[in-house]
Design a protein around this ligand. Structure first.
Ligand code: MN
Length: 194
C-alpha cells in the first residue's frame, strides 16, 4: 500500500485570515508531505505492509512507524474538518445533542476544549472523540499519537504543535484556538460519529 496525501477541499489561501496560505503551504505541503514520504519509506519489508493508518496507530510500538502513521492520520482528520464557508457556525443534529448532553452547552464545550488545547505542554493534539458507548470525551495526545490508540473514535482535532500556528500567531496559541472555531465544518465532524 502506498500512503497518499489527502486532497484539500479548499484552496491554500481559502482559510485566511484564520490560517494563512503560508501556513498551509508549509504545514500541509511540507510537514504532512514529509510524514507521508517517511511512512512510505519505512513500511516496506515490515509486518505493517498493507495495513491501514488506523491499524498501524492501534498496533505499532512507539517509534518511527507509529509516529509518522499517527501524524498522517491526525492531519487527515485536521485538514479535512475545515471549510472557508461555514454552512453552520454551530453543530446541529445529533452532534449538537451529544455536545449539550455531555458538556451542557456549545459554549461550555468550546471552553473545555480550549482549556485542553492551551494546557497541553509541548507538542500534541486536543481531540473530541466518542468512546465505545458513543459518549463524547475530550482528550489530549502528546506528539503524534491519536485517540484510536485508546479505542476512541476521533471526530475533531486541533493541532497544537507550534508548526500549526507559529507563522500566524507566534506564541499566542490561545488566540489561534479561538480563531479555529470560525472554519470548522460541523457537518464533516457530525458525519464522523458512529
Ligand atoms: Mn501539524
Amino acid at each position: 500500500m502506498t500512503y497518499e496525501m489527502p486532497k484539500l477541499p479548499y484552496a491554500n489561501n481559502a482559510l485566511e485570515p484564520v490560517i494563512s496560505q503560508q501556513t498551509i503551504d508549509f504545514h500541509y505541503g511540507k510537514h504532512l508531505q514529509t510524514y507521508v514520504n517517511n511512512l512510505n519509506d519505512l513500511v516496506p519489508g515490515t509486518n505493517f505492509e498493507g495495513k491501514t493508518l488506523e491499524q498501524i496507530v492501534e498496533l505499532a510500538p512507539d517509534g518511527a512507524i507509529f509516529n509518522n502513521a499517527g501524524q498522517i492520520l491526525n492531519h487527515q482528520l485536521y485538514f479535512l474538518q475545515f471549510t472557508p464557508s461555514q454552512k453552520s457556525a454551530i453543530p446541529t443534529g445529533k452532534l449538537a445533542e451529544a455536545i449539550n448532553k455531555e458538556f451542557g452547552s456549545f459554549e461550555n464545550f468550546k471552553k473545555e476544549f480550549k482549556d485542553a488545547s492551551t494546557s497541553l505542554f509541548g507538542s500534541g493534539w486536543s481531540w473530541l472523540s466518542q468512546d465505545k458507548n458513543g459518549k463524547l470525551v475530550i482528550t489530549k495526545e502528546t506528539n503524534g499519537s491519536n485517540p484510536v490508540r485508546s479505542g476512541l473514535n476521533p471526530i475533531l482535532g486541533f493541532d497544537v504543535w507550534e508548526h500549526a500556528y507559529y507563522l500566524d500567531y507566534q506564541n499566542r496559541r490561545a488566540d489561534h484556538i479561538d480563531a479555529l472555531w470560525k472554519i470548522i465544518d460541523w457537518d464533516v465532524v457530525e458525519k464522523r460519529m458512529k
